[in-house]
Design a protein. Sequence first.
Length: 319
Amino acid sequence: MMDDGNCKVAPAKTFSGSPAVVDQRRPGNEDIKIVKSVGQGGANQAQDVFNIQYGLDQVAPIDGGPSPQLKIDGLCGPKTLKAIRDFQMKHFGWQGADGRIDPDKQTIKMLNLKRNRNTMPHLPPSLATTGWLLADFLRHMPHARSCVQAAISTVQSAKAHGPGTSLVEKHYRIGGALAGLNRIEEVYGLMLKVLDRADHYTTLDTTDEGEGISSVAFARLGGFFLPDNAGKIKIREGAWVASNIEDFAAFVMIHEMRHFVERSSDVGHHAKGWVTDEGMQKLRPDQTVFNCDTYAGFALEARNGEMQRPGWVKTTAFR
């Protein structure tokens, strides 16, 4: 865990409590092979394109490899075509840069010669080969449910007996306003509906669309209300860190569910951190009722009692 709370994932595929995974999509140390042509005017079969992208990403930029590396997705788009031409230009000049790689011809032979076979290009998680990442994370959803249920009970108690110095006031600071309490209770109630079918509403980020969002998880705003389950909570490779700590997994899931069940357009990132952090303390009541980390921290303390600030909580300055 980095100081900023962001989970950085090592290339290794063996983690505590999880099986060693061999990704069958990887070509391995043998020569890259294709059945049909790849590139400009080629057949561009998905597995062939995948193999060429993988091989190109193993080539150092000084030897004509792409920089930045390609996204290995089996689709022969402009970046893959450029990478093929750049590689050919490096080794064969203009006359040999036709933008196409044919089976058993000079470009693929040179590619196999220049590849660093010890390099493991990044591949997005796959439900077929790294589905254990999702299963490992989802095993903590009963605990997340118990945290959400405790949150609802605590809010209901505040409604019945007044806020006083309650846990609700510590996190939300709404002064016992009934409208605010009702809103908070409604949000947690929607979270229970998500947790009823966590495997339905949660999946892996198999396309790396969340690459610039989070290393752990992300959710489409209001995705719960979209038709045909168009929105999902997506788990990324960094979730294996959270999967080793049930409170961390619950915190992540509750944070993402707050995005997922939002009926308006508030993104819920007014501040990130633990309730005692400076940025969290500066939140106004009209912000706390939207703030994702507020919902997550409150639910954990409602379930566990007063907690010291967990070291895995990410802090972001007040915005």
